[in-house]
Design a protein around this ligand. Structure first.
Ligand code: SF4
Length: 361
């Protein structure tokens, strides 16, 4: 049965495959570098968003070697707006590791791929299958949905993950596994969609248990999400008389590592008073709190940052301080949270940066 399902899907793929910028034409051997780059970019992001970034990356760094020799700052800057910046740092680290330790070639086995920075189970399987035609089981959210419906799995996610992976593995063929993996992705993206699945056009409709039971669209079930905790901090908007604003680089490790930000207090569960926060300011000054906090959601928590503004005559500060006019902020890799803070502070703070020439670039 599984061989027949795989063949039906491959036949469908031969007629309906999506044309994607990173996808090799039929019969053309895929370039592992392009497969890897697209798979890293597509994590947590959609195809239309990734397409432009992918083309710009390839124009700037057409080969693994060129990316390995790039400056991390340039990679982070080019990644700006794609979010989840650990992916960009890992992309760069992975390129370097491949050049230094693997002669500039990707390993073909999932296990060796998973030992590389930023490559987890899904991405290793996708590279092994698509780039090297290995019978790897490629399971992301789209594939989980298709398999849950095909096999009428009613256990909610995330508990059902192991069972769905096992069912997907049973279906994975030895013949054309790379095309099969891409076919399953395409089926999830264009036919077995979250709402209104196009079952009439589906090559698996005869076998689909979810369709037969009339429950397909309701699957997969999901356990209710726990609300994300809310954390608090204060960001400091420090202006010099010439309109330049103080920025800092975050440590390389951890959340938003290596990105450029406004200095902030530590982030914690309790709100800060201005007096308490001022002790963490980059200079000892009469800080003025701006009226509204800026809110931003990360994967595991939300953050609410009050903005405190002040002007200074002195740029004496810590090593690594960057004084930059807001009109030139675009030259730096600012994460979305910082860009929100900058937009808000530039509009609401008193002083030189309110002038039109000081609008963030
Ligand atoms: Fe999805 Fe419908 Fe195909 Fe079942 S028949 S796999 S629900 S599109």
């Amino acid at each position: 049965m599984s061989a027949a399902l795989a063949q039906a899907l491959l036949d469908w793929y031969d007629r309906h495959r999506r044309r994607l910028p990173w996808r090799a034409a039929p019969g053309v051997r895929p370039d592992p570098y392009r497969v890897w780059l697209s798979e890293i970019m597509l994590q947590q992001t959609t195809v239309p968003v990734v397409a432009g970034y992918y083309q710009r990356f390839l124009e700037r760094w057409p080969t693994l070697e060129s990316l390995a020799h790039a400056e991390l700052d340039d990679v982070l800057h080019a990644w700006q707006g794609l979010g989840y910046y650990a992916r960009a740092r890992n992309l760069h680290a992975c390129a370097r590791r491949l050049v230094v330790e693997h002669g500039g070639c990707f390993p073909t086995e999932e296990k060796a791929l998973r030992a590389l920075p930023g490559i987890g189970r899904y991405t290793a399987a996708a590279i092994a299958a698509i780039a090297f035609d290995r019978p790897a089981t490629v399971v992301d959210g789209n594939v989980e949905r298709v398999i849950a419906r095909l096999c009428a799995v009613e256990t909610p996610l995330p508990q059902a993950k192991t069972a769905l992976y096992a069912l997907a593995a049973e279906l994975t063929p030895e013949t054309r596994p790379g095309d099969y993996a891409q076919a399953l992705m395409d089926l999830g993206a264009s036919v077995c969609t979250p709402r209104n699945p196009g079952c009439l056009a589906c090559p698996w409709r005869i076998a689909c248990e979810g369709l037969a039971l009339g429950i397909a669209e309701s699957l997969p079930h999901r356990a209710p999400k726990r609300p994300r905790p809310l954390r608090h901090g204060v960001a400091f908007w420090l202006m010099r008389a010439d309109g330049a604003v103080l920025l800092r680089r975050r440590p390389d490790d951890g959340l938003l590592g290596g990105m450029i930000e406004l200095p902030t207090t530590p982030w914690r569960d309790e709100p800060w008073s201005l007096a308490e926060a001022s002790a963490h300011g980059p200079q000892s000054l009469p800080w003025q709190a701006l009226p509204e906090p800026v809110r931003h959601g990360f994967t595991h928590f939300e953050i609410e940052l009050q903005v405190a503004a002040a002007e200074t005559e002195s740029d004496s500060g810590e090593d690594g301080d960057i004084w930059c006019p807001p009109a030139r902020f675009s030259e730096h890799a600012l994460p979305t949270l910082t860009r929100k803070l900058v937009r808000y502070a530039a509009r609401h703070s008193p002083g030189p940066a309110r002038k039109s020439e000081a609008e963030p670039g």
